[in-house]
Design a protein around this ligand. Sequence first.
Ligand code: UTP
Length: 271
Amino acid sequence: MIKQAIIPLAGLGTRLLPLTSVFAKELLPINGKPGIEYIIDECIDAGVNEIIFIISKKKRMIKKYFYNDKFYKSLIKNKKDPRIIREYKKILKYKKKIKFVYQNKPLGTGDAVLKTKKFITNNYFLMLLPDDLIMKKNCSKDMIKLHKKYKASVMASMTVKKNNVNRWGIYSLSKKIDKNNFVISDVIEKPSSKEAPSNNAVIGRYILSKHIFKFLKKQKKGKGGEIHITDSIKTMIENKFPFIGHKFSGKYLDCGSMKGYIKSTIEISKL
Ligand code: UTP
C-alpha cells in the first residue's frame, strides 16, 4: 500500500523570479488556490495519509501557511464568517497529514529525497514535484493501481518536443505492457537532443522503493553540479530494479516557469 508521499519544496525557484525573491512559488495562487493545495488534494484523494514536505529555512512561510492557527482562531471568534471557518477547517485537515523536514542547501532533488529516509516506513512511497500539476485525472491514483498490479516502481511520463528534451529526465523503453505503460530500460537526466534516447520525458510523479536511499547515499553530483534523483534511478534500473513508465491521461500544466505559471492560471480557470 502507498500511504506516504514526499514533496520536495526546497528549490530556489529561479525561473519564477522576481516573485520567488520573497515568496515560495508553491504558495502562488493558481485560480485563487495555492499550487501546493492541488498537489495535497491529489495525494489525499489517492489514499495517502502522510505527506512529507522537504522545505528549507528560506521557505518557512510554507510551514506558517499550515500553522497559522492563532490568526484564524481570533478572526473566527470576532467574525463568524462561514467562508473563513471552511477555509480554516481545510487547512487543519491538511496540517494533520503534513510533516516537515529540512534541506537547507539546495544540493539537488536526490539530496532532498535523502532527507526523508528516516521517515519512510513502507517499502514504497509516492513522490510528487509541485511544479507539475496534472488536472482532470488523478495521476497518483492511477500509478498506485499500476504499482499494486506489477509490484514495481512507476514514473509518470509524457512525450515532449525533441528540441526540449534538455529540460527533462528522458527514458528509453524495453517493452510495452499495454497502450499506456512501458518497462523502462534506461533514463538520462536533461540530455542534449543528440544524447536523448527518445522524447519520452519523466514528469513529476514517482512511486519509488525504499531501496533508493542506498543509491542516493552514494550518488555523486551530476549535471549542473546537483545530486539528481534521476541518476540514482538510472543505477537502480541497471541493477534490475523494475521501473514502469506510465503515460498519464489528464491535463499537464507546468507551473515552474513564468510562462507556464501564467498559462496554468488561465487553463485551470477554464476547467
Ligand atoms: P527544480 O530544479 O526543477 O526547480 O526542482 P527549482 O529549483 O525549485 O526552481 P528553478 O529551476 O530554480 O526555477 C524540482 C523540485 O525539486 C525541489 C524544488 O523545490 C522543486 O519542487 N528541489 C530542488 C529541492 O527540494 N531541493 C533541491 O535541492 C532542488
